[in-house]
Design a protein around this ligand. Structure first.
Ligand code: SF4
Length: 400
């Protein structure tokens, strides 16, 4: 069994805003403490939609990395890298494209939706159709078993699982696999080998999933197996192949929807964002001019927080007592809207202060970010190269 690993990436197609901070980065900071994590800048993915404006990408890459670091993503805990610095992603994408049925890609719901939704760009390109496959290559090349995604990205993880399964089925047969697997079973010792056979038979003949899980647990707790034998024994359980790729699981991220300044989801395309590391003056102006309950025309009119975008920000930033103060004060016209916005504004400014402070060392010395990246890219590349050796060998491309 390969090691646990989380993989997640972000496109450098614009400045990051508080939606990214609350929806993704805070989750990454939590994950990096729980698992070995790899976080990457998906610059090739940015080109699938921004192929005609590549100049925006470079600056966004470095700004985005500084945002990550400022938000607490820690290069000592997680591997941070840039996709295009690990060209093996492209090689795997190409090789996977040979065996991926076109219909699988055409069925990915976001392909059609995005083509219709993103205006002003011609997305009838091969790169755009193939981007879920590039994502699959990103995941499979690190044998990542966990991919944090929102609900809408689950089909991308699903297609990755199907591709992994198809690849393992087509190419996971090494010469003499059966004999090598039997040798590996003997290495388990008589008692464990008997149990392994029993569980394998129960799974293969009766489809008993519990037996499969028990057999996997048995392998997990067996110490003295080489990585190759372990993989063979995993493959032998489910069929007669070696597992080259791991089927990843979607790690559903909490649905936290960061409201924008107008109450819709915060998004660059709605023009309702507050960026990470935005200056205090601009944040203050944006919050002070936010829409409120449209029925509250005058200070003396009672309002209804449920109809007000400011209330949604309170729900993110305020404690119970402030929430109570808002509800009561708004409904009884006891507080004015500017007064009501003040605690939210202060909380956002405080959050921004932390982000500015976190970013400062990297702004003072940009070579720090360059060296974090160089180190992360090297680590990522080593892992990718290991996988590609197996892939080339399995596909008959290892010419010695
Ligand atoms: S008092 Fe607060 S919640 Fe009520 S309308 Fe004004 S800003 Fe919105």
């Amino acid at each position: 069994m390969y090691a646990e690993r989380v993989l997640s990436g972000m496109r450098p197609s614009g400045r990051l805003h508080l939606g990214h901070y609350h929806g993704v980065l805070k989750n990454w900071v939590k994950l990096q403490e729980e698992y070995p994590c790899m976080f990457f800048v998906a610059d090739w993915h940015a080109l699938t939609t921004h192929y005609d404006t590549p100049e925006v990408i470079e600056q966004n890459v470095w700004n985005m990395l500084i945002d990550w670091l400022a938000a607490g993503v820690d290069p000592a805990q997680a591997t941070l890298f840039i996709q295009s610095r690990v060209p093996e992603h492209a090689e795997l994408h190409l090789l996977l494209s040979m065996m991926t049925p076109l219909g699988w890609l055409e069925r990915v719901p976001t392909w059609k939706e995005q083509q219709e939704k993103i205006e002003g760009r011609d997305l009838s390109t091969y790169g755009f159709l193939g981007y879920p496959l590039l994502q699959s290559a990103d995941i499979l090349i690190y044998r990542a078993d966990k991919v944090p995604v929102g609900e809408d990205q689950v089909p991308h993880v699903e297609i990755t699982r199907e591709i992994a399964r198809r690849f393992n089925h087509l190419y996971g047969r090494e010469p003499g696999f059966e004999d090598k697997a039997k040798d590996a079973v003997r290495k388990l010792g008589a008692k464990r080998a008997r149990l392994y056979h029993e569980l394998r038979t129960r799974f293969q003949q009766e489809g008993d999933e519990d037996a499969l899980e028990q057999a996997k647990a048995l392998l997990d707790e067996t110490q003295n197996l080489s990585l190759g034998d372990r993989e063979r024994l995993y493959g032998y359980l489910e069929g007669s192949g070696k597992m080259i790729f791991v089927e990843p699981e979607a790690l559903l991220t909490p649905a936290g929807r960061m409201p924008g300044l107008d109450g819709q989801k915060m998004s660059k395309s709605y023009g309702n964002t507050i960026n990470l590391r935005e200056d205090a003056e601009s944040v203050t102006r944006k919050v002070r001019t936010m829409q409120t309950d449209p029925a509250r025309m005058r200070r003396t009119d009672p309002g209804e927080p449920e109809r007000c975008p400011v209330w949604q920000l309170h729900a993110i930033y305020s404690d119970e007592s402030t929430l109570g103060w808002v509800q009561d004060g708004c409904r009884k016209a006891g507080i004015g809207c500017l007064e009501c916005k003040q605690p939210v504004l202060e909380a956002i400014l405080k959050e921004q202060e932390g982000l500015h402070e976190g970013a400062q060392p990297y702004l003072d010395d940009p070579s720090l970010v360059r060296s974090i990246m160089a180190d992360g890219c090297e680590r990522a590349r080593k892992l990718a190269q290991d996988t590609m050796r197996d892939v080339r060998e399995a596909m008959g491309l290892d010419y010695g």
